[in-house]
Design a binder for this molecule. Structure first.
Ligand SMILES: Nc1ncnc2c1ncn2[C@@H]1O[C@H](COP(=O)(O)OP(=O)(O)O)[C@@H](O)[C@H]1O
Ligand SMILES: [Mg+2]
Length: 370
């Protein structure tokens, strides 16, 4: 710490420009509630949907989900900013931006952001330029893990199974649609169409009838002009948390998601219809399968160069014994009722201990290339 303040000043950064804005606010509510205030000073900073940084309320109730309905970071004339290349936070009013108010130095940033412009390396890059420590994965791991096409490319190189997929770039879609459709036909009868960089199932469709394909691609393009189409993978959905410790990353218990009231684990099932999904922690699997998944999760974490935390999601087919990576989330759902914190709770780490652990890990990191 470079200034003479007693507790590390932790900037909670949340909201953001992605389709997961309200989920991020719900996470921030939970972290505000649980963070150990005898150890840390909390500086909440909200990012509005249009990307403005504003001083946020330090009020968990305000940002919590209520009956599945979320809250947004409100636009305001008051703004905050990190002075470029420094760890100094300043405040100003849009009506008088020349008058900067010094809000002190930040010791560590906890980016509670999901999706593009938060979980994808952009914020991480901003913080890197200022030598500002932050929780979680660095720039490259964040960017690669957000990108489903790049993740599969790297992970298949690392020898871990991934399903068949095709990437559709904007140019390909604009100029040679027939060739694109031809490539997709080869993936099989049922495919998943997704924005290449998104989360919380936004923009995802399961397509069982080829006639619905174009509409599904257009829907995904609303979120990302790069679209990924995947062959449907059979099997149970099993997830493993990875958390870094001073001696290296460790796997959590395994969790299972069993969707009963929907085609797949879509946005509604995730946040609005708890009846339609059954979460089991620990998952009812053999010791053998558990160890396979835990080892694979660590391999994925290391292959992508992750740091701090990640949740690695797999499909496991009981009949063929095939384990296939679905995706990795470098800022997984992080309310106390989300899979990642619950999987660690099962291992004896409470939510508030998990928050402290991640902050301490970030504070102990060296800055610069690592
Ligand atoms: N290739 C696939 N085969 C079968 N189910 C899939 C496939 N891809 C996605 N799903 C289903 O869709 C859900 C959301 O897909 P996912 O890639 O995890 O998106 P997100 O990044 O938005 O969480 C998964 O949890 C799973 O239920
Ligand atoms: Mg997912």
């Amino acid at each position: 710490m470079t200034e003479n303040h007693k507790k590390p000043r932790v900037m909670l950064l949340f909201g953001g420009r992605s389709g997961e804005h309200v989920i991020s606010c719900a996470t921030a509510a939970a972290v505000m509630e649980a963070i150990d205030r005898t150890r840390y000073e909390v500086i909440p900073v909200g990012i509005t949907v249009s990307g403005d940084w504003v001083p946020a309320l330090d009020d968990p109730q305000h940002y919590a989900l209520k009956d599945g309905e979320g809250t947004y970071v409100n636009a305001a004339d008051e703004r905050v900013a990190l002075l470029a290349g420094t760890n100094r936070l300043v405040g100003y009013s849009v009506t008088n931006p020349a008058e900067l108010k010094d809000l002190g130095e930040i010791d560590v940033v906890f980016p509670l952001l999901h999706g593009p412009f938060g979980e994808d390396g952009t914020i991480q890059g901003l913080l890197e330029t200022a030598d500002l420590r932050y929780v979680g994965c660095g720039l490259t791991a964040s960017a690669t893990s957000m990108d489903k096409h790049l993740t599969k490319t790297i992970i298949s190189q690392a020898g871990i199974a991934v399903g068949k997929w095709e990437l559709i770039t904007d140019r390909q879609w604009q100029t040679n649609r027939l060739a694109v459709l031809e490539r997709i036909r080869a993936l099989g009868k049922v495919v998943f169409v997704k924005p290449n960089r998104a989360g919380s199932s936004v923009g995802i469709s399961r397509v069982a009838d080829f006639a619905d394909l174009e509409a599904a691609i257009e829907a995904a393009r609303e979120h990302d002009l790069r679209v990924i189409v995947e062959a449907e993978t059979s099997g149970r959905e099993l997830e493993c948390g990875v958390l870094e410790f001073p001696d290296g990353p460790r796997p959590s218990e395994i969790g299972e998601i069993a969707v009963c009231g929907a085609d797949f684990y879509d946005f509604e099932t995730k946040y609005q219809d708890p009846e339609a999904v059954k979460l089991s922690i620990p998952a009812n699997i053999s010791e053998d399968v558990k160890v396979r998944i835990q080892n694979a999760a660590i391999e994925v974490f290391e292959a992508l160069g992750c740091e701090g935390l990640s949740r690695v999601d797999f499909f496991y087919d009981e009949e063929t014994k095939q384990l296939t990576l679905n995706e990795i989330n470098t800022m997984p759902g992080f309310t106390p009722f989300s899979m990642y914190p619950m999987m660690w709770k099962q291992k004896g780490l409470s939510y508030s201990e998990l928050v402290s652990h991640l902050i301490e890990l970030a504070l102990s990191r060296r800055v610069g290339l690592r």
